[in-house]
Design a protein around this ligand. Structure first.
Ligand SMILES: *[C@@H]1O[C@H](CO)[C@@H](O)[C@H](O)[C@H]1NC(C)=O
Ligand SMILES: *[C@@H]1O[C@H](CO)[C@@H](O)[C@H](O)[C@H]1NC(C)=O
Length: 286
């Protein structure tokens, strides 16, 4: 009896301490469920890695168990390498219903050596049409990079490896709806979109290169409000305690301008042809 206790206690300590290191970043088994793809999506390494795969017959996808109403949500992605033309990896937050809210990252694949496009959009109450697109300053297929969404009542900030690339401010006072009442789940999918994704649909998916695989790790929603049955409970982690009112500081603003100047390839806010009646209000007031 006594010897058993002696053995069990250090073992528990070992499990607990390794969990503090490994479990801190969230666990795919705990936080997500695979929703489609008939075995093409896999949770590996005790929940620390998730892979999606796409072949000619089907893509695959997953969603979060929790619904969030605000949060600072990080995920590391490593995108489909090599010839990924025609493939799209979507990673986004979305609520349900006809007047849904949505915050989108979408990665449009390309031929080997040609740049991915990072496509972003914000929907509020079912209305999107707010696309901004970027090239990245690194090869997103060579390694994992962190893609983050800060969503609080004042703003939505999209970041890549901690560098803000886009800010969508709450401009309700000017009549622009802002996502703030509908809890959202996190979704991701890998699918074939060769009718539009690469060079506007000119380059088709090369199925001889299938299966195409995208990987995910280090999910982190330590700073977030989880919504359950109409009630929301929030967590602040000491590293980022102010997230609920966080805004871009001067370094952040500088980085944002650097990205927008050097890497932005499309901005709905400057597309006058598309909005002959005048640019959307949020574009003219910021
Ligand atoms: C793919 O590469 C071409 C040529 O460099 C480029 O014009 C295009 O923006 C790239 N990305 C996509 C998704 O088409
Ligand atoms: C988290 O911080 C916010 C202020 O940033 C505060 O209003 C809130 O009560 C805190 N919540 C918890 C659970 O500590």
């Amino acid at each position: 009896m006594a010897s058993k206790v002696v053995l069990v206690v250090p073992y528990l300590l070992l499990v607990m301490s390794s969990c503090m290191v490994l479990c801190w970043g969230g666990n795919f088994n705990q936080d997500f469920q695979i929703t489609w793809g008939d075995g093409r999506a896999k949770i590996l390494n005790n929940g620390n890695l998730l892979t999606l795969s796409l072949d000619k017959a089907s893509g695959s996808g997953f969603q979060s168990i929790n619904e969030y109403l605000f949060g600072k949500i990080d995920m590391q992605l490593k995108l489909v390498p090599g010839n990924s033309a025609g493939t799209v990896t979507a990673y986004y937050l979305s609520s349900k219903g006809a007047t849904w809210d949505e915050i989108d990252f979408e990665f449009l694949g390309n031929l080997s050596g040609d740049p991915y496009i990072l496509h972003t959009n914000v929907f509020s109450q079912g209305k999107g049409n707010r696309e901004q697109q970027f090239y990245l300053w690194f090869d997103p297929t060579a390694d994992f990079h962190t893609y983050s969404i800060l969503w609080n009542p004042q703003r939505i900030v999209f970041s890549v490896d901690g560098t803000p690339i886009r800010e969508f401010k709450n401009m309700e006072s000017a009549g622009v709806p802002f996502p703030k009442n509908q809890p959202m789940r996190i979704y991701s999918s890998l699918w074939n979109a060769d009718d539009w994704a690469t060079r506007g649909g000119l380059v088709k998916t090369d199925w001889s290169k299938a299966p195409f695989i995208a990987s995910y790790r280090n999910f982190n929603a330590e700073n977030s409000c989880v919504s359950k049955g109409g009630r929301s409970s929030c967590k602040n982690n000491s590293r980022n305690a102010g997230w609920q009112s966080q805004e871009l500081d001067s370094t952040g603003l500088q980085r944002l301008r650097w990205v927008q100047k050097n890497y932005m390839i499309y901005n709905y806010c400057t597309d006058k042809k598309r909005f002959p009646q005048g640019l959307p209000i949020e574009c003219t007031r910021s």
